[in-house]
Ligand binder design. Structure first.
Ligand SMILES: [Zn+2]
Length: 260
């Protein structure tokens, strides 16, 4: 019986895609083409759009025949957004988990995969390892008809974004919002409202997006993480993240739509 499980190939954070005219798609491979290197690790991902899909990690080659191409993960996420965005993230995070938990962090013994799920276990001390997901908050702060936009020194020149940061141990999401906003720009906020969420594989985040209203304080770049932050109206915005796939851009677009 032929194998009906579709294969999604990764090589060092690059995704194997097929290019048709100006668009990309995941090629319908059910077995490895002859030009892929043999050394590979397969991870069953489950069912997507009615087909079983495996993520397969390969070691090359760099040069592959047209119309196939290796696309870096970020570019692949943009090319396949929104249909296959979550699938690519899932594949990437499962491969990272498998690579990063080969040995037990507690006792150093080589771990083994348990069953068919995403679970590795140490055979000596029985510690379990799952794909790591790190929650992060991102928040659009509004003051009257303005939004707070900020930029880090390492952003693309003239591009502004929102306040964001990882959740720390023992924090609620709301506490993270208050802490990050105060640490980065010295403001107090109120009316924190859930907006949406998005997995984000750089490296293993789950972005949880909020809106909030300004409550008190003057903008002060307190922890040196930002190089600029200011209030902007919808008709006077600075440069924004170009791609609409990020939840940051969705939060900003939502503000603009409500403040035209
Ligand atoms: Zn162990």
């Amino acid at each position: 019986m032929p194998n009906t499980t579709q294969k999604l190939y990764y090589c060092n954070d690059n995704v194997l895609l097929e290019k048709k005219d100006a668009t990309y798609c995941i090629p319908k491979f059910f077995a490895a083409p002859a030009w892929l290197k043999k050394q590979q690790i397969t991870h069953p991902l489950g069912t997507y759009d009615g087909s079983e899909i495996d993520a397969v990690e390969v070691t090359g080659p760099k040069e592959i025949p047209l119309p196939y191409t290796w696309l870096p993960l970020r570019a692949a996420l943009e090319a396949l957004y929104p249909q296959s965005f979550n699938l690519l993230v899932r594949a990437h995070q499962v491969i990272s988990w498998d690579k990063n938990h080969r040995y037990c962090g507690r006792c150093g013994v080589e771990t083994k995969v348990n069953g068919s799920g995403f679970e590795r276990q140490c055979p000596s001390c029985h510690l379990l390892f799952y794909p790591r997901i790190s929650p992060s908050i991102i928040v659009a702060i509004r003051k009257d008809n303005q939004i707070l936009l900020a930029r880090k020194a390492d952003f693309i020149p003239n591009v502004y974004g929102l306040i964001a940061g990882f959740v720390e141990a023992g924090e609620t999401l709301e506490e993270t919002v208050h802490r990050e906003v105060y640490e980065e720009v010295g403001l107090q906020v109120k009316n924190i409202q859930y907006f949406n969420s998005q997995p984000w594989p750089f490296p293993d985040s789950l972005m949880i997006a909020f809106t909030a209203d300004y409550a008190d304080g003057d903008i002060e770049l307190r922890d040196g993480e930002l190089e600029a932050a200011a209030w902007y109206t919808a008709d006077n915005l600075p440069g924004l993240p170009g791609s609409s796939i990020s939840i940051a851009r969705k939060l900003i677009d939502d503000f603009v739509a409500k403040n035209k």
